[in-house]
Design a protein around this ligand. Structure first.
Ligand code: URA
Ligand code: ZN
Length: 362
């Protein structure tokens, strides 16, 4: 039985070079008080001058861009195959006239990296979302022809107005038509005010633990409420972090729709598919939730045949210098083992589902 990691990121060297040239988020730079250590600053507000430079962003080393380190990590954690994806914020920040070419370059680079590790690496491509819709659609069709690509990674901003924007219909249509899976991943979190004036004291905990999953939950709910899956009934989406909080809040979402007078009188509830239907038909969930409690909610919502193991490497490394195995990875392994008591379904989540859904045996 293969173990497959479907949530694992890379910044290819060309992307790292791009970040090193930039002076506003996202960027990579060193600070005067620690000139030997580059820091990766990607999240909104992460370079606030009130934060000491040594805790801005995160240290970036070769584990972020050197594929040999990814393979070593896979070997160390018994991972046979990985479906790698560019990490956030992808190409969201590029000017419209640069995005198309940048996407082609990054996607070709990532496809070539996979070719060097035949059988071990596959990838989700990146879309030039700030470019014209035609450019985005062309890249979707081009990705279909790249041997190791199995879908696309997508943030929540869409073309700038979120994922309920009707202007995205040609994008959804092209992805559905070419049978490519969307890996929906957060980046922007919640407005910083919700974290409060003491947020700096808690490092990245509030945006990563709560902002990210809520961002995903809101984005996927907006897709649902705007009827994306009523129009594109075969559009498949893999949700990061076990669906954010969607499995837990799906009942509340449906109840709020049922009790909403505005949607009733506008007729936007007529013939709509319920979140439960979409969860079991169009949505896949990763198993990157670090506890069997969240994992059981994901299984209840979508089914064990739609749940896929992931690590989020190279994020969440152990902070101790002398620890080799990653706590974050072991927490996800342990959650799967506890949730399924090691029955056959554990093997499906660890690898069989990914091989089947993403055709990793072709
Ligand atoms: N932090 C990020 O910015 N991205 C991830 O994927 C995980 C943690
Ligand atoms: Zn991630």
């Amino acid at each position: 039985m293969p173990i497959v990691d479907i949530h694992t990121h890379i910044y290819p060297p060309s992307y790292v070079d791009l970040l090193r040239t930039r002076k506003i988020v996202p960027y990579i730079r060193t600070f005067a008080d620690a000139p030997d250590s580059s820091r990766l600053i990607i999240l909104p507000g992460e370079d606030d001058p009130s934060t000491p430079s040594t805790s801005r962003g995160r240290p970036i080393g070769p584990e972020y861009y050197d594929i040999a380190q990814k393979i070593a990590f896979m070997d160390q954690h018994k991972i046979d195959k990985s479906v790698i994806s560019l990490a956030n914020p992808w190409l969201d920040f590029l000017p419209a006239d640069e995005a198309g070419e940048a996407a082609r370059k990054i996607n070709d680079d990532v496809n070539e990296i996979c070719a060097k590790w035949e059988g071990r690496l596959y990838a989700f491509g990146t879309l030039p979302l700030s470019a014209k819709t035609d450019t985005i659609v062309s890249e979707i069709h081009r990705l279909k022809g790249l041997k190791y690509m199995r879908g696309v990674i997508l943030g929540t901003s869409g073309l700038g107005a979120g994922l309920d924007d009707p202007a995205l219909d040609p994008v959804w249509s092209a992805l559905q038509e070419t049978g490519q899976l969307i890996f929906l991943h957060p980046h922007y979190g919640l407005p910083k005010e919700v974290y409060g004036p003491r947020a700096n004291e808690y490092g990245h905990v509030l945006p990563l633990a709560l902002g990210f999953p809520l961002e995903t939950t809101i984005a996927v709910s907006r897709m649902l409420l705007s009827g994306v899956w009523d129009r594109f009934t075969k559009l498949n989406v893999l949700l990061a972090h076990s669906g954010g909080t969607l499995p837990f809040l799906a009942g509340r979402l449906e109840s709020c729709v049922l009790h909403d007078g505005h949607m009733k009188s506008a007729g936007t509830r007529d013939n709509r598919r319920s979140v439960w239907d979409v969860l079991k038909t169009n949505i896949y969930l990763d198993a990157v939730v670090y506890s069997e409690v969240g994992l059981k909610a994901a299984v209840e919502a979508s089914g064990a045949d739609r749940l896929l193991f992931g690590t989020d490497h190279p994020f969440f490394p152990p902070l101790e210098e002398d620890v080799e195995e990653w706590h974050s990875v072991n927490a996800n392994y342990t959650a799967i083992s506890k949730a399924f008591n090691d029955d056959e379904r554990a093997k499906d989540v660890l690898g069989n589902n990914a091989v089947r859904i993403l055709r990793l045996d072709e």
